[in-house]
Design a protein around this ligand. Structure first.
Ligand code: CA
Length: 230
C-alpha cells in the first residue's frame, strides 16, 4: 500500500455477479471511495497489479480463479487489505482454517451499508499500523511486506502463523511474551471467529424455524445467544 498517498482510497471490487458489484460500487462511491470492478479472479489479479488498490473486496466463489487463490496470490506479493465475501458459513470456516491472511470477512447476503462500514474500519485499522520495516536479528532477516523470512539469504519455509510469531518475537528482542500474548499474535481475528458462530447460529435458527420453533434461539444484544424458558 502506498503509505504516502493522501488520495481518495481505491477499492477493488471482485464480484462475478454484476448486479451485486454495481450495488457495492454505488454505495462505496457515495461514501467517497474510488472503485474498480473485476468480474473474475484473473482480472482481479491484473487490476491489483495495475491499479494498486488500497483495499480489495473479494468474493470467494469466482470464475477462472476462486477468491482463495486470488487472496493467496495477492498475499505472495503485497499486504493490501482484503475483505473476503463468502456466500456460506462453510466457506468462512474454510477461510479461517486456512488463515490466508484476510483482514475481515463478510457473509452474504450482506447489507451494503455494513460492507461500507467494514471497508472504512479496515482502512482505518491498516492506516494506523506503524510503518513496516525489515527486521534483522543476526543472520535472520524478516520482511513483513513480502512476508518472507530468510537466514543468510535463503528463505525459510514458514506458515503464516509461524511467520507472525517469529516476526513479533524478533521485533521486540529481549522481551518475554506470554503464551496468551502469542496466541493473540497468531490468532488476531477473534471478531471473525465470533462471526463464524453468528453464521452457524443463523443457519440453526432457520432450521428451527422450519420445524416450527422460530423463537427458540434468542440473541442477547452485545453478549451472545440463549434459549430462554419461562
Ligand atoms: Ca460469486
Amino acid at each position: 500500500m502506498n503509505i504516502v498517498s493522501n488520495a481518495t482510497p481505491l477499492i477493488l471490487i471482485v464480484e462475478d455477479e454484476p448486479h451485486i458489484a454495481q450495488v457495492l460500487e454505488g454505495y462505496l462511491k457515495r461514501d467517497g471511495y474510488r472503485t474498480e470492478v473485476a468480474l473474475d479472479g484473473e482480472r482481479a489479479l491484473e487490476l491489483h497489479r495495475a491499479a494498486k488498490p488500497d483495499l480489495v473486496l473479494l468474493d470467494v466463489q469466482l470464475p477462472k480463479l476462486d477468491g482463495l487463490e486470488v487472496l493467496k496470490r495477492i498475499r505472495a506479493v503485497a499486504s493490501t487489505p482484503v475483505i473476503m465475501v463468502t456466500a456460506m458459513a462453510e466457506d468462512l470456516d474454510k477461510l479461517l482454517g486456512l488463515r490466508l491472511g484476510a483482514d475481515d470477512y463478510v457473509v452474504k447476503p450482506f447489507s451494503p451499508l455494513e460492507v461500507v462500514a467494514r471497508v472504512r474500519a479496515v482502512l482505518r485499522r491498516t492506516a494506523q499500523q506503524p510503518v513496516v520495516t525489515v527486521v534483522r536479528v543476526g543472520e535472520l532477516e524478516i520482511d513483513p511486506v513480502g512476508m518472507v523470512a530468510s537466514v543468510g539469504g535463503s528463505r525459510l519455509d514458514l506458515t503464516l502463523t509461524e511467520f507472525k510469531l517469529l516476526e513479533t518475537l524478533c521485533r521486540h528482542t529481549n522481551r518475554t511474551f506470554t503464551r496468551t500474548e502469542l496466541l493473540e499474535v497468531a490468532v488476531p481475528d477473534s471478531e471473525a471467529l465470533e462471526r463464524v458462530v453468528d453464521a452457524h447460529l443463523a443457519n440453526l435458527r432457520k432450521k428451527l424455524e422450519r420445524s416450527g420453533l422460530p423463537n427458540l434461539l434468542e440473541t442477547v444484544r452485545g453478549v451472545g445467544y440463549r434459549v430462554w424458558v419461562n
